[in-house]
Design a protein around this ligand. Structure first.
Ligand code: AMP
Ligand code: ZN
Length: 119
């Protein structure tokens, strides 16, 4: 997809430090970390929503989910980690290319809907 930031990372049009890459996805550091470690696992296939996935995309996503724990050392996952997939406006999705936030490296609270920020 021409105008997509994450597609540009994947095809090399914008250089980025790839911590991991295979046929299904890349892993980069998030530019605005919300945790000690904040990575993005970005599908190589461009689609915005889980609802848009082809069968082929779904199989790739399953492989990605299986692979993430295998990156335990590189992503500092040994004490636990959190995966987040924002979907659409209410969830605050800002990049319309499916990606999994991988958060690790510290004990986390639980305020996924950002209610405390709003109060
Ligand atoms: P989301 O809001 O769930 O769509 O997540 C998009 C994420 O991409 C945010 O956490 C941003 O901080 C991150 N992001 C945006 N631009 C860049 C960039 N140039 N490099 C790395 N991460 C980025
Ligand atoms: Zn894209």
């Amino acid at each position: 997809m021409e105008d997509c930031l994450f597609c540009k990372f994947i095809n090399g049009a914008i250089p980025v430090d790839k911590l991991y890459e295979d046929d299904d996805f890349i892993v980069i550091r998030d530019i605005n970390p919300q945790c000690k470690n904040h990575f993005l696992a970005i599908t190589k296939s461009h689609f915005k929503l889980l609802a848009d996935m082809t069968e082929c995309d779904a199989l790739a996503l399953a492989r990605i989910l299986k692979k993430i724990p295998a990156l335990c050392d590189k992503l500092e996952l040994k004490n636990g980690y959190r995966l987040v997939i924002n979907q659409g406006d209410d969830a605050g999705q800002t990049v319309p290319h499916l990606h999994i936030h991988v958060l690790s490296g510290e004990k986390m609270g639980w305020d996924p809907a950002g209610r405390k920020e709003r109060n």
